[in-house]
Design a protein around this ligand. Structure first.
Ligand SMILES: C[S@@+](CC[C@H](N)C(=O)[O-])C[C@H]1O[C@@H](n2cnc3c(N)ncnc32)[C@H](O)[C@@H]1O
Length: 278
């Protein structure tokens, strides 16, 4: 069975609800500007536009102001996500999206100058698949290639559910999506892999009255209901710390820099640049 035909994969439901998914789950202008600046710098340094591999079909990345002449191929294993989200306009000329698996990329050795993605690693099992991913990216990246990913990274000091409950009661959590990620990172076991059904369970235990939450926070009912995309999903997310990510990707990939944006939970959503070890 093709992975995206698995009814227990919630990404097709997510695709249909994409307009209701917001930061920090989706990148904002500051995140996109980081990637655009890296692409511009790469182009200036090499005298030509980059060959870009987009991991997933994040529209904000597909449509950023890529240098003229950029070649862009997006790889995602979900036909539903490609069909729903890969933009038909605003992408570099000739850009295309294809089904494929990040751990076995349908790309030639050394054929990618910039590989970019948003929240990709949280879709992989920590840490074995992170290591396979690093080896695969090191294979496809050109010698001076770069990997740029926004992470969803757990804080170095774990948060308790009681702390999250207190923050919610105090009105100190700014969005449903921030709450979702704080819960996910708090309930994940020490091995850093958390079944998404357990994120929903934690939410339901914390929030017994969704209508009251909506009234208190102003969060729309349909945005709160995005937590239900996880119902019955077989997917497992991972949220290691940013340092744990670096360690898992090494020695194949070497961190060049890490930038944390200013928005809520930005410290947990850094954009990180790695080079392949040569
Ligand atoms: C780019 S990630 C994160 C998107 C967004 N920032 C979020 O968290 O809601 C989501 C995409 O990754 C794809 N995906 C997950 N694991 C994959 C894998 N191993 N190979 C290829 N695509 C994968 C899913 O199909 C989905 O379209």
């Amino acid at each position: 069975m093709a992975p995206d035909d698995d009814a227990r994969d919630h990404w097709p439901r997510h695709a249909r609800a994409w307009a209701r998914i917001g930061p920090p789950l989706r990148p904002v202008a500051d995140d996109v500007a980081r990637v655009a600046a890296e692409a511009a710098a790469w182009t200036a340094a090499h005298g030509r536009a980059p060959r870009v591999l987009l991991l997933g079909v994040t529209p904000e990345l597909a449509t950023l102001p890529w240098p003229a002449g950029t070649e862009l191929v997006a790889i995602d294993r979900s036909a539903a996500m490609i069909g729903a989200l890969f933009p038909t306009t605003g992408v570099p000329a000739g850009a295309r999206a294809a089904r494929g698996e990040w751990l076995a990329l349908p790309r030639a050795d050394r054929s990618v100058d910039l590989a970019v993605g948003d929240g990709c690693l949280s879709n992989l099992g920590f840490a074995a698949d992170y290591r396979r991913f690093a080896a695969e990216l090191a294979r496809v990246l050109a010698d001076d290639g770069r990997l740029l990913l926004r992470l969803f990274a757990a804080p170095p000091a774990p948060e308790s559910l009681a702390e999250i409950g207190a923050a919610l009661a105090a009105g100190a959590i700014g969005s449903m999506h921030a709450l979702k990620w704080r819960l996910a990172m708090a309930v994940q076991p020490a091995h850093r892999n958390v079944a998404v059904v357990d994120i929903r369970r934690a939410f339901d235990e914390l929030v017994v009255d969704r209508a009251a939450l909506a009234a208190r926070t102003g969060w729309p009912d349909d945005v709160i209901a995005t937590i239900d995309n996880y119902r019955g999903s077989s997917l497992v997310y991972s949220f290691p710390t940013a340092d744990e990510v670096d360690a898992a990707l090494a020695p194949a990939l070497v961190r060049v820099h890490r930038h944390a944006p200013a928005y809520e939970l930005g410290d947990r959503c850094p954009t990180v640049v790695w080079s392949r070890a040569v």
